[in-house]
Design a binder for this molecule. Structure first.
Ligand code: C2E
Ligand code: MG
Ligand code: MG
Ligand code: MG
Length: 280
């Protein structure tokens, strides 16, 4: 009867929840050792200035390859790293690794793009964030204006005074700031007025079906007008087709990121990509 079915459903559900929890714990335990076991690395995705056709920015994207679990996507382990605080040592590692790579590129004469690094909200509650970044810039002899940091809207909700202070400190180092995944978080337009952003990154979810969905077009057009009025640079995430690019270019988008141009690459692959796009 109905009662039995309900019971079965409940058991099925709880077994599933249990399995998910066990899996989460296993991932967490392995993530704790990922740094010391050298399982983390970065890939780099080029962002293309639509006017010049050149690479203007390269976004560092974290990767985790575990011998047992295989390749685990950031969408699975970053939230876990955030929840457990592991994002603090991992985030520091990302900053060091990305800036080491950037200084190597500088030595090769590859110096006409910015490097962009994602920063989690939890890293912002660490009062030493801007000092760590300043020290890393200094020890690699890298000028702050070569670095961009990407943060999400959710950061801005909490601790507004503290966050604004940190963002301003970073700005004083010459670092630029991008608001990532724009339109997907708990955003308020007043944030754009009170926080010192340089760039809005329009989330892939608005771009994926852009040509088919008039609603996405309305949202993207409004965002581009808004950004233009505020003097902000704009990036479209997840541009996969020439049609999307043409639409976005016609409506004033400045920079595109997506598989149409390139997937995230190893450092060597990125170097080849840069050579092709500057000599071609
Ligand atoms: P994000 O910062 O919005 O990064 C862009 C994501 O879109 C990347 O996913 C990238 O691989 C993907 N992408 C770019 N172009 C396309 C496209 O044309 N099609 C499709 N389908 N996807 C595209 P990824 O590398 O899986 O990273 C996911 C998220 O994980 C990032 O989203 C970011 O929020 C987070 N993340 C990655 N690396 C780090 C990190 O070092 N620190 C922190 N805190 N978060 C990171
Ligand atoms: Mg990002
Ligand atoms: Mg993004
Ligand atoms: Mg995104």
């Amino acid at each position: 009867g109905a009662k039995d079915e309900g019971g079965n459903r409940y058991e099925y559900y709880s077994a599933e929840v249990n399995q998910a929890a066990t899996e989460r714990m296993e991932i967490e335990q392995r993530l704790r050792r990922a740094l010391e076991n050298d399982e983390l690395y970065l890939e780099y995705q080029p962002l293309i200035d639509l006017n010049s056709g050149k690479v203007c920015t390269v976004e560092a994207l974290l990767r985790w390859n575990n011998p047992t679990l295989g390749q685990i996507p950031p969408s699975r382990f970053i939230p876990l790293a955030e929840a457990t605080g592991l994002i603090l040592p991992i985030g520091d590692w990302v900053i060091r690794e990305a800036l080491t790579q950037l200084s190597q590129w500088e030595q090769q004469g590859l110096n006409d793009f910015k490097l962009s690094v994602n920063i989690s909200p939890r890293q912002f509650s660490n009062p030493t964030l801007s000092r760590t970044i300043a020290e890393q810039l200094q020890s690699h002899e890298i000028s702050g204006d070569r670095l961009e940091l990407e943060v999400t809207e959710n950061l801005l909700m909490r601790n507004q005074q503290e966050t604004k202070k940190t963002l301003n400190q970073l700005r004083e180092l010459g670092i630029s700031l991008a608001l990532d995944d724009f339109g997907t978080g708990y955003s308020s337009l007043s944030y754009l007025k009170s926080f010192p952003f340089d760039t809005l990154k329009i989330d892939r979810c608005f771009i994926k079906d852009l040509l088919e969905h008039p609603q996405d077009q309305a949202l993207v057009n409004a965002t581009l007008t808004l950004a233009d009025g505020l003097g902000l640079n704009t990036v479209g995430e997840g541009v996969e087709t020439a049609e999307q690019r043409d639409y976005l270019l016609q409506h004033g988008l400045k920079v595109a990121q997506g598989y149409l141009y390139s997937r995230p690459l190893s450092p060597e692959q990125l170097e080849n990509f840069l050579r092709q796009t500057t000599s071609g």
